[in-house]
Design a protein around this ligand. Structure first.
Ligand code: NAD
Length: 283
């Protein structure tokens, strides 16, 4: 059983992975670039404790305090990696930062350490060349609000050892995730391979004036039993992500979708659930 986890990057996702793993009894080392960044963590744990109390059955103060006690922050890379069975990298989504990070991790990690990236868009076959151990490099991808939307997408790249892949799937389960095994490199993993076409199709119907966004959502909810239609999903993710993905699209419908998101919503301060207003208004 892999007991010692090191998480690189303590931002939005990194902090959630750290807390979730510590909550499930792992010894977690939290690495970030400076002590100033790490100093923000205690406030973050308080925030996450409230989320767990709200959303996770049986999350008592005692258990949540025990989780915090399992976390060791450090800004020293060598120290961060010294006992790591597994590393999960959650640094910013920039190739140069990922490259630099994996080079340094390779120089400092013990031979036993398995390397995982949480990157949403950078293909693992592109990152693997920055590491010294292709057979032990793969993706473990989390969804935002890991304690609630608890899938752990475990994705191989061509050189990943299948035994390592299985170990990581097992680890994902141990930290309360439902492992999704992905045997071939797939942009967007499973989750975005399914949700992006849905958002595109919803956008297409709306932009061409076929139906209102409310009715498109209603159709999807009633006909499939899904709790959210595509526009509710956009509110959930936040307007900026689909806007950035589509604004320079060569596809005129997608480009128009981006323009409508900007003019009708983003420019009016309606950014999605994050600030209470998107396609819909929230409490
Ligand atoms: P973020 O910007 O919130 O956090 C990034 C963290 O990395 C910050 O704490 C920053 O100080 C730190 N950092 C910067 N340079 C670093 C370095 N050289 N070494 C170590 N740490 C460094 O980003 P995020 O949203 O948490 O995303 C991180 C990764 O997780 C990305 O690869 C992203 O694709 C992936 N991801 C994000 C989401 C999401 O919903 N935000 C979901 C799934 C996966």
């Amino acid at each position: 059983m892999m007991q010692n986890l090191t998480v690189l990057g303590t931002g939005n996702l990194g902090s959630q992975i750290i807390f979730q793993s510590a909550y499930h009894g792992k010894n977690v080392t939290a690495y970030d670039i400076s002590d100033e960044v790490l100093a923000k963590l205690p406030a973050r744990w308080e925030q996450l404790k409230e989320c767990y109390k709200r959303d996770v059955e049986g999350a008592t103060d005692e258990k949540l305090d025990a989780a915090v006690a399992h976390i060791r922050p450090t800004a020293d890379m060598k120290d961060a990696l010294k006992d790591a069975d597994i590393v999960i990298e959650a640094v910013p989504e920039r190739l140069d930062i990922k490259q630099d990070t994996w080079k340094k991790v390779s120089e400092n990690a013990p031979a036993k350490t398995i390397f995982c990236t949480n990157s949403s868009t950078l293909p693992p076959s592109k990152l693997v060349s920055f590491t010294d151990r292709p057979e032990k490099f793969l993706c473990l991808h989390f969804a935002n609000e890991v304690w609630k939307y608890n899938i752990g997408e475990v994705m191989m790249q061509p050189k990943t050892d299948p035994a390592v892949f299985e170990q990581v799937a097992q680890f994902a389960e141990e930290i309360g995730m439902v492992p999704i095994r992905i045997y071939k490199e797939q942009p967007g993993y499973v989750v975005n391979s399914l949700s992006v076409p849905l958002l595109d199709a919803g956008g297409d119907l709306w932009v061409r004036g076929v139906a209102s966004f409310e009715d498109i959502d209603k159709t999807w909810r009633i006909a499939t039993g899904s709790p959210m239609g595509p526009f509710q999903l956009i509110d959930f993710v936040g307007m900026m992500t689909p806007y950035n993905l589509m604004k320079d699209s060569p596809n005129p419908v997608k480009k128009e979708f981006a323009r409508r998101l900007k003019v009708d919503y983003i420019d009016k301060g309606r950014l999605g659930k994050i600030n209470g207003h998107g396609f819909y208004d929230y409490e």
